[in-house]
Design a protein around this ligand. Sequence first.
Ligand SMILES: [Zn+2]
Length: 512
Amino acid sequence: MQRRSFLKSATAATIFGSFPRHILAGIGAKGKQQRIAFGGIGIECSTYSRIRTRTEDFEILKGDALASSERFAFLKKYPVPFIPTIVAEAEPGGPVEKATYDAIKDEFLAELQALLPLDGLYLPMHGAMFVEGMQDAEGDWMEAVRKVVGPDCLLSASYDLHGNVSHRVIDNIDMFSAFRTAPHIDKEETMQRACNMLLYCLDQHIRPSLAWAPIPVLMPGERSSTQWQPGKRLWAQLAKLNESPGILDVSLLVGYVWADEPRSTACAVVTGIAPDTEKKIAVDLAQQYWDARREFQFGAETGTIDECIERAMKAATHPAILADSGDNPTGGGTGDRAEVLEELLRYKAQSVVFAGIIDRPATDECYKAGVGAALPLSIGATLDPLGSKPVHVNAKVIFLLPASTPRLREAVVQIEGVTLVLAARRRPYHDIADFSRLGLQPASFKMIVVKSGYLSPELAPLANPSLLALSDGAINQDIVHLPKNRLRKPSYPFVEDLTYTPRAITSARSPA
Ligand SMILES: [Zn+2]
């Protein structure tokens, strides 16, 4: 077997660019070729959604396709091979159908079984999955993985900062890393932190411990972005704290509010080889987050749909961007609601581009009619007919995206002053390219409507003004009035007069 100490290699500085210096200084232990695999499942599920996520909604990458995927290209920079298994990812949405979850999990576990013995496993996860009839789905996943790989294999997980952590998750893994930005611009950096830790601990024969401090606060992402206060200062300190002696990773999570589950909370998670320091950092962060709970506010002007349309139309500047927040598919919204379209038409709004409404039947009708055709359309409420009502309009087809399958179809129609994008499958329109490939220049319109929460890094600089419509949907921002608040533990703002003393829980696998 090849012996190596890869951390000593000339490329270590680039690979571990963000790795704490005090740890790198201690490098040099004898190593061996490690067997490391990677795989996981990622989705964010609103328990308020009536739609279900099924196998066809997941992009499932395996083997060579996974190894050569752009998302995991960074793994090739490591001097140790990461063996691909299965990575399943889906757009945020409704609960995962139990049979779908079971099938993906069984296949993943079988892959791991075939690769045994494994020294390490990297788990790229989201953390806010909800499976029909199950609570704490990621806990179930981690526990099942641990049973297969055994007690000696080191598990390192990366999460979205909108993931929900649980005792079961913490007790089955060894390392944890979560995004530090919302909007998420540090996805790859976070995955690298998780892999760096894993390699370091394998090389040094260390089994680290985790300190987890749940915080009884639940905020929507739209009030807890890291681009404004208090999120900005809370997350800005993590990199510095990460340099503390004996600390491998410091993470702070908002959690996912649209999941009515006992595990749904914000939390701090610290990984390291210094349990007392880990606990202290976790408790300090939890206290700071708790103390800041009343500061969390929306980062844009808010209002009802009508109010936001009126403000946009009367604005002296343009383009105004209206975010239809309750139906945002990147937060778990369905994406098929047409209330904003109905109000735009009632207002007789002009120079509006709306991208887009998910409506497979209306999209297909446009393809059947062809560019230039005028036709009556029923738009909206096709995925969740109980959630909203369709709007009946006369539309003219102005663009049809060439598509290899009907599922990938997207049509642009003109309805009075509104240029509307219709899509056959659930998807967001958050990048400029999402518009330009449909022949649309969003900045040339007076108003842009997107189904979004906080705006994406590409759209945010365009917004003049930025308006967040507090619309209805599977991720309604009026969280304290959500219809099912049965299973969540008491948390702010659901309970206003809560008292809280932070406490950090050490993971069960901690060597201490
Ligand atoms: Zn997120």
